[in-house]
Write a protein that binds this ligand. Structure first.
Ligand code: BGC
Ligand code: NOJ
Length: 795
C-alpha cells in the first residue's frame, strides 16, 4: 500500500490527518499538559485520569484492549432507524465522511452521515482538570432533521487494578448524583476519598442514564445500546453495579442550522472539611465553577486558543527549516511533542502499557529529560529532585517510583547498575540547558526519608561512586540485576515460568557479570561530570578523570573483541557479544556507548565498531539489537533469549538504542551513515503505514527486526526513550546545536547543505543560517549572551 493509505501530515496545522477510521492499530493522541491527562484514539476510545493512571483513573478502559478498543467517550446519533457515531466506533455504521485530526493536545473528529455533520473537538484546557468536548451538529441537507444525541462514558472506580480484580466489591460501591445536566460519579466518596468526577452538558437534557445494564441492555456491547436503539432513556440512578454517564438530547435542525453543545468531563478534589454540601451530598462548588468556565462556545474557543498558544511557544523554542520536509516535521512538531508526552507518562499509560503496572522509571525518567529540558526547564528541575529523592545512601536506586506519591517501589526491583549514572546524565542535560548550577545545592533526602538530606551534588558523587565501588574482575562495571537492557539477566538463572526476570536473582555471590554498556556510559557521563565539577571548582574532578581513564583502559584491554566492543561478561566470566559466541555475537548497546564515549578512537576502534554495526546489525528498517538472534532459551542470559527471534530485546530494532549509534557515527564524522540510520527509524520517512501498523507520527519502542516473521512491523508506540534519544541525536549530533555550560557549540554532521535554526537558549534567541561544506568536525562556539542574535555560519 502506498504511503498515505490511512492518513497524512498537515504541517501548517501541526496535525496528523487520519482519513479512514479502520487504521491498522488504534492511532492515539494524548490530551493534557499538567496533571489531568487523556488517551484518545482515532475513534474516540481511551480513558482519562488525574495524576496517576492507576489510582485516579476516571474512565474505564480494558487494557490490552486492541483490537476491540472498547471504551471511551462516545457520542451516538440516532436518526430514524440509523445509529451512528462521529468517530465510527462503537457502532461502526459506515459514514459518508470521516476525518480525525490529532493535533498538539487536542483531537478533532468529523463524521458525516445522511446530511448531518458532527464535528467533535476534544481537549484538556490549561488550568483545569477536565476534558472539554465541543460537539457541533450541522444539517448540511435541504430538509429539517430530527435526531437524538446521546453521550456516553463508563466510570472506572478509581483504582484501575482493583476495579478489574475485585469487582465483586465494586459492584456494591457505585454511587452517583445528578444536578441539572451534570452527572456526578461519587463512588467511595462517603469514605476516604475526597475526589469525584462529573460529566456535564451546557444545556438541559431530555433523558439520562447512569446504570450500565439499563443503558446497554443485557448481552449488548457498546455498539448496540438498547436505550439508543429504542430512542429512549431509562432515567436511572445507579446504586451499586456499574455506574456510567449518558445524556440524551432530542434535537431538531433546520436545513443549514448548527447546534453546538459543550460537554465537560471533569475531576474535583475537595478539602476534607468541605467535602459535603449536606450530609451525604457532595460539595459541587468546584464542579459548578468548571461547568461555568465552559458554558459558552466563546469560552471554549478562548481556552482552545490558549492551548494552541501554549504549544506554539513550546515548540517555537527549536525550529528548523531545511529542504527535507520529513526532517522538519519530525523536529519541529512530532518529536518534540512525543518528548513531552513521554516525559509526562514515563512508561505507564499507553495502548501498550496498562497504566497500572509500571510507574516512573528511574533511568527512563532521567533520559526523558533530554527531550524536554529546552521546553519546560522548571519541570525538569522538579523531576530531577523527585528522582534523586528515591535514591539509596549507597547510590543504588529503586527502578521505578509512583507518580502520585513520588515514592520508590520494588515492583521491578532495584540493583540495575546503570541506574545511578542516569542521574548524572539528566542533571548535566538540565544545567547545560539552563545554566542553573544552583540545583546542585538543593537538599535531597534518600528514599524520601526526612532527615537524610544531602545536596544534589552529593547524590551525583554517590552515583558515580556506585560504579567504582562495584567493579568486576576486569575492572569493568558489575551489571547487577541488569543494565539498560532489562532483559540481559546475568544473575537470574530462572527455570520457573512464574518468576519475573527483573526481580529474580538466584545467584549474586561471586558474580563476574560485567557490562560494557555501563562502561561506555560511565566514560561518557564521567567526562561530563568532571567538566561540571571543574565549573564549580570541586577538586573531585581530578579523581573522576582518573577513574574515567582507568575505565577506558579496561575497555580497550578487556572489552574489545577484534572488530567490535564486547557486550558483557556473564556470571562465570565468559564473553557475551563476541565472535566466539554461537549466537548474539554483536550487540548494539556497547557499540553505541563506547563510540559515543570515543573509547579507543585514536586506535581506530570506534570506526571498526561502527562498521561492524553496519555490517551485522543494520537492516532495511534500522539496526537490530543483537545478531545473530538467540534461537533458544539460555538460562544464563535470561529474558533476552525468551523472545522469538527478531522481537524486543532479542534482535528487534529496539529504536531507543539506534540513536546511540547515530550519535557515535556523527561523532566519528560519518554523516552519511548517521543520516541513513536516522531516516530508517524515523516514522515520517516510513513508506508503508500498513506494515508499520502503529502511529506514523511517533516513534515506537520496537520495530520487528530482520529475523522476525514480519520485519518492519512496529509495536509499543509513544512511551519510549526513543523520543528523547532521537531528539538528542537529531538536534545535537546531526543538526549540531549542542548546549554547553556557557553557550552553544555548533557542530553539525548531516548531509544536508543548508538550513536555518531558530533556537531559544535561556534568555537568548538565536537565528542561525548554516551552510555546510561537508567537512566533518567543523565547529564553532557561540558564548551565551541574552538577547536576539542573527548569525550566518559557514561550516
Ligand atoms: C521488556 C522490557 C521491559 C521490562 C521491564 C520486559 O519484559 O521486554 O522492554 O523494560 O520487561 O518491564
Ligand atoms: C524498556 C524500559 O523502560 C527501559 O528502561 C529499558 O532500558 C528498555 N526497555 C530495554 O530493556
Amino acid at each position: 500500500m502506498d504511503m498515505n493509505t490511512f492518513g497524512h501530515f498537515d504541517d501548517s496545522a501541526r496535525e496528523f490527518v487520519i482519513t479512514r477510521p479502520d487504521t491498522p492499530w488504534p492511532w492515539i493522541n494524548y490530551l493534557g499538559t499538567e496533571d489531568f491527562f487523556s488517551l484518545v484514539s482515532n475513534t474516540a476510545g481511551g480513558y482519562c485520569f488525574c495524576r496517576d493512571a492507576k489510582f485516579r483513573r476516571i474512565l474505564r478502559y480494558r487494557y490490552n484492549g486492541v483490537p476491540m478498543d472498547a471504551g471511551g467517550r462516545y457520542y451516538y446519533i440516532k436518526e430514524g432507524n440509523t445509529v451512528w457515531n462521529p468517530g465510527w466506533k462503537p457502532c461502526k455504521t459506515p459514514l459518508d465522511r470521516y476525518e480525525c485530526r490529532h493535533g498538539m493536545g487536542y483531537t478533532r473528529i468529523v463524521g458525516e452521515k445522511d446530511g448531518l455533520k458532527a464535528e467533535l473537538l476534544m481537549f484538556v484546557p490549561i488550568g483545569h482538570r477536565c476534558e472539554v468536548h465541543r460537539l457541533r451538529l450541522t444539517n448540511t441537507g435541504t430538509d429539517p432533521k430530527t435526531v437524538q444525541l446521546y453521550s456516553f462514558a463508563e466510570w472506572c472506580l478509581w483504582n484501575a487494578s482493583t476495579d478489574m480484580e475485585n469487582f465483586q466489591r465494586n459492584l456494591s460501591t457505585g454511587e452517583v448524583e445528578i444536578e441539572g445536566s451534570v452527572i456526578y460519579h461519587k463512588t467511595e466518596y462517603r469514605e476516604r476519598r475526597d475526589h469525584y468526577a462529573f460529566f456535564g452538558a451546557n444545556r438541559p437534557f431530555d433523558g439520562f442514564d447512569t446504570d450500565r445494564e439499563t443503558f446497554l441492555g443485557m448481552y449488548n456491547g457498546f455498539e448496540a445500546p438498547q436505550q439508543v436503539l429504542a430512542g429512549t432513556s431509562g432515567n436511572t440512578l445507579a446504586h451499586g453495579w456499574s455506574p456510567v454517564a449518558s445524556h440524551r438530547f432530542d434535537l431538531t435542525l433546520a436545513p443549514g442550522a448548527t447546534e453546538e453543545l459543550v460537554f465537560v468531563l471533569g475531576y474535583v478534589e475537595n478539602p476534607a472539611e468541605e467535602k459535603f454540601e449536606r450530609p451525604g451530598i457532595i460539595n459541587k462548588t468546584r464542579a459548578r465553577a468548571m461547568m461555568d468556565a465552559f458554558a459558552t462556545p466563546a469560552q471554549v474557543d478562548a481556552a482552545f486558543a490558549a492551548l494552541r498558544a501554549f504549544w506554539d511557544d513550546l515548540l517555537g523554542r527549536f525550529q528548523v527549516q531545511s529542504d527535507v520536509p520529513e526532517l522538519d516535521r519530525t523536529v519541529n512538531i512530532w518529536n518534540q511533542y512525543q518528548c513531552m508526552i513521554t516525559f509526562f507518562f514515563s512508561r505507564s499509560a499507553s495502548y501498550f502499557e496498562s497504566g497500572i503496572g509500571r510507574g516512573m522509571g528511574f533511568r527512563d525518567s532521567n533520559q526523558d529529560l533530554a527531550g524536554i529540558v529546552h521546553m519546560i526547564p522548571d519541570r525538569a528541575r522538579q523531576r530531577i529532585l523527585d528522582i534523586a529523592a528515591t535514591q539509596f545512601p549507597d547510590g543504588g536506586c529503586y527502578h521505578q517510583y509512583q507518580p502520585l506519591t513520588k515514592r520508590g517501589n520494588n515492583d521491578i526491583g532495584g540493583g540495575f547498575n546503570d541506574d545511578p549514572l542516569w542521574l548524572i546524565f539528566g542533571t548535566v542535560a538540565y544545567i547545560r540547558e539552563t545554566g542553573d548550577f544552583g540545583i546542585l545545592d538543593e537538599q535531597v533526602p534518600f528514599d524520601n526519608k526526612p532527615g537524610t538530606e544531602v545536596s544534589l551534588l552529593e547524590h551525583l558523587k554517590i552515583s558515580f561512586r556506585h560504579v567504582t565501588d562495584n567493579l568486576g574482575p576486569h575492572g569493568l562495571p558489575l551489571i547487577g540485576r541488569a543494565d539498560w537492557n532489562d532483559c540481559l539477566n546475568l544473575n537470574c538463572f530462572s527455570d520457573n515460568p512464574d518468576e519475573s526476570f527483573q526481580t529474580t536473582e538466584n545467584k549474586t555471590e561471586g558474580t563476574k557479570a560485567e557490562s560494557l554498556m555501563i562502561a561506555g556510559l560511565f566514560v561518557a557521563e564521567g567526562r561530563d561530570f568532571a567538566e561540571l565539577l571543574d565549573r564549580i571548582g570541586d577538586p573531585l574532578a581530578k579523581e573522576v578523570r582518573g577513574q574515567v581513564a582507568r575505565m577506558e583502559e579496561a575497555v580497550k584491554r578487556h572489552g574489545w573483541d577484534g572488530e567490535w566492543f564486547l557486550r558483557a561478561y556473564d556470571y562465570y566470566g565468559r564473553k557475551i557479544g563476541s565472535a566466539e559466541c554461537e549466537e548474539g555475537k554483536v550487540f548494539i548497546e556497547s557499540q553505541g556507548w563506547c563510540t559515543m564515549a570515543r573509547i579507543g578512537a585514536e586506535e581506530g576502534l570506534c570506526d571498526k565498531a561502527l562498521d561492524s554495526a553496519v555490517k551485522y546489525l543494520e537492516c532495511e528498517h534500522g539496526l537490530v539489537l543483537n545478531n545473530p538472534a538467540y534461537t533458544h532459551y539460555i538460562k544464563d542470559y535470561g529474558e533476552i533469549s525468551s523472545y522469538p527471534e527478531g522481537y524486543k530485546e532479542n534482535a528487534g530494532i529496539f529504536c531507543h538504542n539506534n540513536p546511540w549509534v547515530i550519535i557515535g557515527e556523527a561523532m566519528a564524522g560519518r554523516a552519511e551513515d548517521a543520516w541513513r540510520h536516522y531516516r530508517k527509524i524515523t516514522p515520517a520517512f516510513c513508506k508503508d503505514q500498513s506494515l508499520r501498523k502503529v502511529e506514523p507520527y511517533v516513534f515506537c519502542q520496537m520495530v520487528a527486526g530482520k529475523d522476525a516473521a514480519r520485519p518492519g512491523e512496529g509495536k509499543n508506540s509513544w512511551l519510549t526513550g526513543t523520543a528523547a534519544w532521537t531528539w538528542k541525536a537529531v538536534s545535537e549530533a546531526l543538526l549540531g546545536i549542542k548546549p554547553q555550560f556557557d553557550g552553544l557549540l555548533i557542530e553539525p554532521c548531516i548531509p544536508v547543505g543548508s538550513y536555518r535554526i531558530r533556537r531559544r537558549f535561556r534568555d537568548a534567541q538565536y537565528d542561525l543560517t548554516l551552510h555546510l561544506s561537508g567537512n566533518p568536525g567543523v565547529r564553532t562556539f557561540i558564548p551565551y549572551a541574552p538577547g536576539r542574535h542573527t548569525l550566518t555560519l559557514d561550516l
